[in-house]
Design a protein around this ligand. Structure first.
Ligand code: ADP
Ligand code: MG
Length: 246
């Protein structure tokens, strides 16, 4: 096997909101083809790191590189990077006035200038992949939370990203809908997608992750493969956190 290639590299990343230092000298990397699960208490900086990776929230100092290219405000590289990095949020944020198919086809039409027929065909393929082909004509309000989140995943995939960031994708869902979304994510991982997943789903972390990172007050306090992470959590804070999450 080839050595893993770091696709995203963070070096000494710092970020504050006013006097609240949220990322404290974070250095880590995310390898091509690997699934990294990030866990940690609310407010520990997990979302801020994901948002810094695609520049929704600029970091103050340090460097983030995607495929070797630093993340900055330069509009040319930023547009390219936003195409390479797909993101799925806790609140699915589908466009309410568009059906599922149009939600998925919109960005390829606007940004890749695909013709409508071609964009729709690609969108149907993606909806099939997330098990939503029979709901293509439905609007978000006609879909359950789990169905909406699966459409949101298809929408993120439509730009053919090289990495997918998931920020607590199942936290807003009723319990009975969590598995259908995790199943779609598991399939993506199986297909070799590079993924960074913030989640409290410890079963998913154990089963799917190549690495688990534990965030504690703006720092990465532990970084290990899941077997090691869960069997030997490193310190009592992490052990207690895992215990609470089940
Ligand atoms: P997590 O995702 O781990 O729950 P976040 O990265 O969302 O944590 O937040 C880390 C800290 O930064 C929290 O204290 C939060 O209140 C603060 N924070 C996040 N976004 C903002 C913002 N836009 N303005 C001010 N404070 C923020
Ligand atoms: Mg968060």
């Amino acid at each position: 096997m080839n050595a893993p290639t770091p696709y995203i590299v963070a070096e000494n990343v710092c970020k504050s909101f006013g006097t609240n230092q949220v990322l404290k000298d974070v250095s880590t990397h995310f390898n091509t083809g690997e699934v990294t699960v990030i866990i940690g208490a609310s407010g520990s900086g997990k979302s801020t790191l994901l948002r810094a990776i695609n520049r929704l929230e600029p970091h103050d100092s340090g460097t983030i590189r995607i495929g070797g290219v630093p993340v900055t405000d330069d509009p040319r590289t930023l547009q390219q990077q936003r195409c390479e990095v797909g993101m799925v949020f806790q609140q699915f944020n589908l466009f309410g006035h568009m059906n599922a198919l149009d939600n998925v086809a919109l960005a390829p039409r606007r940004l890749r200038h695909l013709a409508r027929a071609q964009a729709n065909e690609q969108a149907m393929t993606l909806l099939r992949r997330v098990g939503m082909q029979d709901h293509a004509q439905k609007y978000p309000w006609q879909l359950s939370g789990g169905q909406q989140q699966r459409v949101a995943i298809a929408r993120a995939l439509a730009m053919a990203p090289k990495v997918m960031l998931f920020d607590e994708p199942t936290s807003a869902l009723d319990p009975e809908m969590v598995q259908e979304v995790l199943d779609v994510m598991r399939e993506l991982a199986r297909g070799g997608m590079t993924m960074i997943v913030v989640t409290h789903e410890m079963g998913f972390a154990r089963e799917v992750a190549d690495r688990v990172l534990f965030f504690d007050k703006g720092r990465i306090a532990h970084d290990a493969p899941p077997a090691e992470f869960f069997n030997n959590p490193g310190n009592d804070r992490i052990r207690a956190f895992i215990g609470r999450m089940g």
